[in-house]
Write a new protein. Structure first.
Length: 301
């Protein structure tokens, strides 16, 4: 079985297409790596890039991307709705096929070490790669964001796992981790009231007593004149997409607000979509191997 790892770096640039394309181009042409998708959001001022490949190829591509982002993105002038602390904000490695989580953790450590030593950027390990429980949750690692980074680095509990404990004003810091696949799922509301989005997000996210494996926050989409409940579904099997969508619909009704749409950022596992298809169509006994493409893939193997 071929070894395949997925990497989904998030960079703090979503408005300057020339910069984003240059960062994306840095991974094109690297042997044994395939670029699958990239998308940008101007309100978040953030781009999500997805590629897969062999562990060795993905390791080289991830560092090349971080190096180019450090060269082109200046955090001193960055602003956006999404929490962030660095030019390359997060670099997660996800085992897809023939690769264990432990191998993904080792990969995260090698790339994190190289970013710290060669680029002079403080690196924090998170999720399965975290060296302490306090750094497992990305939200905890990123607390204070870029603006609070200098003070964080001066504290004993803010020392990076790799790289200098010195504030890098231009590039900030980078979180490097290993995790299972997640779904970046956003629900748009028919209002411009950010307080409503924040209240709904608080009731939805697990940290506030909401649904398990859901991270959520309210976001203002100024260009569209609406607000959004922006979420990371860190385990779509524990909490499927339809369940969080229906909870948001119920919560929105309390404020006389409707859902006007939803979006998925980047790629999504087929199984996550089939769960919602099953629910909304009320299918009985439906199995994922009834999807035509899955049978074709199985036959190819």
């Amino acid at each position: 079985m071929k070894e395949i790892v997925q990497c989904v770096p998030n960079i703090s640039e979503g408005r300057n297409r020339e910069i984003v394309e240059a960062v994306v181009d840095s991974i094109r042409g690297i042997p044994d790596v395939k670029l699958l998708d990239w998308s940008s959001d101007a309100d978040h001022n953030r781009s999500v890039i997805t590629f897969v490949g062999t562990p060795d190829g993905v390791e080289k591509a991830a560092f090349a991307l971080c190096s180019k982002a450090a060269q082109l993105i200046d955090m001193t002038v960055h602003s956006g709705e999404h929490p962030r602390m660095g030019a390359t904000d997060v670099v997660p490695f996800i085992p897809i096929q023939g690769v264990t989580m432990e191998q993904a953790v080792q990969l995260a450590n090698r790339v994190g070490k190289r970013i710290g030593e060669e680029l002079g950027i403080p690196v924090y390990l998170y999720e399965n790669a975290a060296k302490t429980p306090a750094r497992r949750n990305l939200a905890d690692v990123r607390r204070g964001q870029y603006e609070g980074l200098q003070a964080k680095l001066a504290r004993a509990d803010g020392q990076p796992d790799y790289g200098p404990a010195v504030f890098n004003a231009k590039s900030g810091a980078t979180a490097v981790g290993a995790r299972m696949p997640l779904v970046a799922f956003n629900v748009n509301l028919g209002t411009d009231n950010l307080e409503i989005a924040n209240k709904i997000a608080r009731n939805v996210r697990h940290a506030s007593g909401g649904l398990k494996a859901v991270k959520a926050m309210g976001v203002n989409l100024e260009a569209r004149g609406i607000v959004q409940v922006s979420m990371n579904m860190v385990n779509y099997k524990e909490t499927p997409l339809y369940r969080v969508f229906e909870l948001i619909r119920t919560e929105a009704r309390r404020y006389g607000v409707s859902i006007i749409g939803s979006e998925i950022i980047g790629l999504v596992p087929l199984e996550a979509m089939v769960h919602s298809l099953d629910y909304y169509l009320g299918l009985e006994g439906f199995q994922i191997n009834q999807v035509l493409e899955t049978r074709l893939w199985t036959d190819e193997e």
